[in-house]
Design a protein around this ligand. Structure first.
Ligand SMILES: *[C@@H]1O[C@H](CO)[C@@H](O)[C@H](O)[C@H]1NC(C)=O
Ligand SMILES: *[C@@H]1O[C@H](CO)[C@@H](O)[C@H](O)[C@H]1NC(C)=O
Ligand SMILES: *[C@@H]1O[C@H](CO)[C@@H](O)[C@H](O)[C@H]1NC(C)=O
Ligand SMILES: *[C@@H]1O[C@H](CO)[C@@H](O)[C@H](O)[C@H]1NC(C)=O
Ligand SMILES: *[C@@H]1O[C@H](CO)[C@@H](O)[C@H](O)[C@H]1NC(C)=O
Length: 382
């Protein structure tokens, strides 16, 4: 195990030497190689670093307690062989304790702050903010930040463990749960709608109200979007790739999403690690509404895409060449016939005109008209 962690650490020291001391590389390595090393550093070291982070757990599990209550912090992380020493920090200052257990007996206001721990082979843990209160009623939670899908337990806790009944839980000043006996309530699967400020009120000797606790629920991945590889509408016989596209918003070592594809009441593919689905030869019957789902392995988060309408058009039988030839030929023929007809008609008309003229020249009164016209011509010529 130790060797497994040492390899990335070695990469870290090599690459960080080149990154933080560029003057040295200029002499030995060209810039390009520096970039290559930098990429090695990002790809190889970063995911490993997360694994070795120490983790603090609380006992009892609440991040806020009353004064005079006892609370124990435990630190988990990889140790050096033969050395189980653990370091503790409060607001960044090292504490005396060197054991994996840090016990606060009869908490006081001065114990309030951000705790971190570190073991021999771990990087410091994420901070845990512990609050010590003086009040009648306290709304206790196990964490103030959650990832969607995680359960959230709310405990309406009375000073000196006094019995509290007729408890009301509020989110953003709006009551959402009344509990006559039980002072604990669990939201089994948190979602973004559970963000907000929570408080509780309960009956003891009087009705008491707790201070507010701000809860943040973070999104692990975006709701997926179903996309088709070809632009719509599709033609019959084509291959269509459907992809269920989403985006991870938080880093989770070992996180695997599963994808399902649906159309109408049919399941096309159920819980596959592949985010793609192929319709090998689209048929007209494949037309319809499609959607997909992305889920975590334990099913704690299920997100569905909007529907995508696929329309598969039947193929228009391709027009054969002889049809085109015939078509243009007939158009050409019509044009030719038209032209010939036109010419014939034109000629006929001219013949008729000449004939009319001859007739009019032969008749009496028309003659005068023509001669008048001719006289006008003469005038114009002069
Ligand atoms: C805290 O622990 C001590 C023993 O170490 C015990 O006497 C005391 O009752 C505990 N206090 C509470 C509030 O549980
Ligand atoms: C730690 O910091 C918090 C807030 O920054 C402060 O309220 C608290 O008193 C500090 N605790 C100690 C022990 O210095
Ligand atoms: C154990 O490791 C710590 C550093 O994590 C070091 O300060 C301490 O001297 C080591 N103790 C022994 C016995 O090696
Ligand atoms: C569909 O996906 C396969 C592999 O998953 C790929 O080979 C093919 O080119 C894709 N086709 C289209 C039209 O995108
Ligand atoms: C998951 O999808 C791949 C490719 O699309 C397929 O080869 C495999 O059989 C599927 N697995 C299951 C369990 O359906």
């Amino acid at each position: 195990m130790a060797g497994f962690y040492r390899i990335p650490l070695a990469y870290f020291s090599i690459s960080s030497k080149y990154i933080f001391c560029p003057c040295a590389i200029h002499k030995t390595l060209p810039i390009v190689q520096t970039f290559l090393l930098f990429h090695l550093f990002v790809v190889v070291v970063y995911p490993q670093a997360d694994l070795t982070k120490a983790v603090i757990t609380l006992q009892p599990p609440w991040v806020s307690v009353f004064q005079e209550e006892n609370i124990t912090l435990w630190c988990e992380g990889p140790h050096l062989p033969g050395n189980s020493s653990t370091r503790w920090f409060l607001n960044g200052t090292a504490l005396q304790t060197l054991t994996p257990r840090y016990r606060i007996a009869a908490a006081s206001i001065s114990d309030t702050g951000e705790y971190r721990c570190q073991t021999g082979l771990s990087v410091p843990s994420d901070p845990v903010r512990l609050e010590i209160h003086r009040d009648w009623l306290l709304l206790q939670v196990q964490s103030r930040v959650f990832t969607e899908g995680e359960p959230l337990t709310l405990r309406c806790h009375g000073w000196k463990n006094k019995l509290v009944y007729n408890v009301v839980f509020y989110q953003n000043d709006k009551a959402f749960k009344f509990s006559p006996q039980n002072s604990e309530f669990t939201i089994l699967k948190t979602s973004l709608s559970h963000n907000g400020i929570y408080h509780c009120s309960g009956m003891g000797r009087h009705r008491y109200t707790s201070p507010g606790v701000s809860i943040t629920v973070k999104e692990l991945f975006l709701a997926p979007v179903l996309k088709a590889s070809l632009s719509l509408p599709l033609l019959e016989g084509h291959l269509v790739n459907l992809s269920c596209e989403t985006k991870l918003l938080l880093q989770r070592p070992g996180l695997q999403l599963y994808f399902s594809f649906y159309t109408g009441s049919k399941t096309l593919m159920s819980r596959n690690t592949s985010s793609g689905y192929q319709i090998l030869t689209a048929k007209r019957e494949d037309s319809g509404l499609y959607w997909c789902e992305a889920t975590t392995e334990d099913g704690s988060i299920v997100k569905r895409s909007p529907e995508l309408e696929l329309q598969v058009l039947g193929l228009q039988t391709p027009t054969p060449v002889w049809f085109h030839v015939l078509f243009y030929l007939s158009v050409g023929m019509i044009f030719l016939v038209d032209t010939i007809l036109c010419m014939i008609i034109h000629k006929e008309l001219q013949k008729q005109k000449q004939w009319n003229l001859e007739i009019s020249l032969g008749s009496g009164p028309k003659k005068n008209v023509t001669s008048y016209l001719q006289e006008d011509r003469y005038l114009e010529d002069i």
